[in-house]
Design a protein around this ligand. Sequence first.
Ligand code: RVP
Length: 502
Amino acid sequence: MATYYDSVSHTFSEYLLVPGLTRKENVPDKVSLRTPLVKFKKGEEPALSLNIPMVSAVMQSVSGDRLGVALAKEGGMSFIFQSQSIASEAAMVAKVKNAKAGFVVSDSNITPDTTLSEVLELVKKTGHSTMPVTEDGTPNGKLVGLVTSRDYRVSRMNGSEKASSFMTPREKLVTANASATLSECNDLIWEHKLNTLPIVDDADHLCYLVFRKDYASHKENPLELLDDEKRFMVGAGINTRDYKERVPALVNAGADCLVLDSSDGFSEWQADALEWIREKYGDTVKVGAGNVVDRDGFNYLAEHGADFVKVGIGGGSICITRETKGIGRGQATAVIEVAKARDEWFERTGEYIPICSDGGIVYDYHIVLALAMGADFVMLGRYFSRFEEAPGEKLTVNGAYVKEYWGEGSNRAKNWQRYDLGGKGKLSFEEGVDSYVPYAGFLHDNVYMTTYKIRSTMCNCGALTIKELQDKARLTLVSSTSIVEGGAHDVIVKNEDKSYNK
Ligand code: RVP
């Protein structure tokens, strides 16, 4: 006979935190959101941690290289989407790794023969007005000059002039050597009143640009997630089909952490992939697995060596898996049960395997609920898809700016590996939708506000760390009528805009 669970499964919106004693030291600025990303032994430090408990979803419309850099600057990590060729995923990973904090690989480059009309076209396309001139027009070619908007006067020129005639030539450029530190570069920028400092190697080939404004932003981001070489950290998705080729390419490109991207991870395919990675790389390559929604799923992936386990089936905003296949579980209940399994595993083995709550975060406060319920960090798709740095197109619909956001199980993404159950006969059907989300501006401003709210709630609960929150949190289920009580009610609201709670 089938097994029936005694209790119904719940979502985040059905819970609230009951405040604990707020001590005088419980102020938002003192709260640490640092959290483990990969497993570690009792008494030891994890090999990888996040500075904020947020990672971006393994999705085409979410995690490209631009979002990867923006999120690492805030202390979180992107997992670059795997529903693309191995070469292009590896190139995205390399792009994040090469964007050494404060050092940028130039993406608008020209040759001495590029005409002014072509320069203006490029400015329109990329939005960047500073262009290094290299012999071959590549980002790492021999540097011959620099063009900025101060070098040409469109009204006095006809457009056919070549860059060599109006660029600032190499001999007049102040540059620094690739061995210079960021603060040495900044000294040069100030001393010579520059906006841009090209960084060259011993053969005078361009390596990076350092911008005055980026140095300032580097100083403003004390939580930046950097590796030992001061490069941004980035993750990457893999699948259970082509991992023997994809993993080596991503490792070579510099990926800091991998994750098996599957809607249902309680499978022998995941065990095979995990074992292959352990055999080939030992513990040097970190890999998360999932998704699961119960104790058995967690234990299975833990036994096969997962570095972290991702939790959630069917809760994603664009996901229709529950409607098409009838599988899944309320996200809160799934997190609570898997967190218990993680703690039992820790008791038994002395090994702490972090868990990630993936999907279904609608309001900022859902993040702090997930953490209180035992998640070590959360994965978000819709949240990040709204930002300027997300790969989706920005459009206007009914006069408002929106971004495109589509599921990996939609016909648009065609990420059928994510839903693959093995076997030969394949008929794919959609488990996700294509949608719009309201455009929300830049990642930095939003993540700042979201993490501030998390810190504030933690203060209400008397917690200065995520671990302390998990130990102290007191959660209550709420009735549907008390949910109505939680919003503005029985008043005539002047501004119907509810974006304050997202
Ligand atoms: P959300 O943040 O609620 O938008 O959910 C994002 C999550 O939804 C992803 O991390 C993934 O687990 C899941 N997903 C992605 N595509 C689809 C789909 O097409 N069904 N689901």
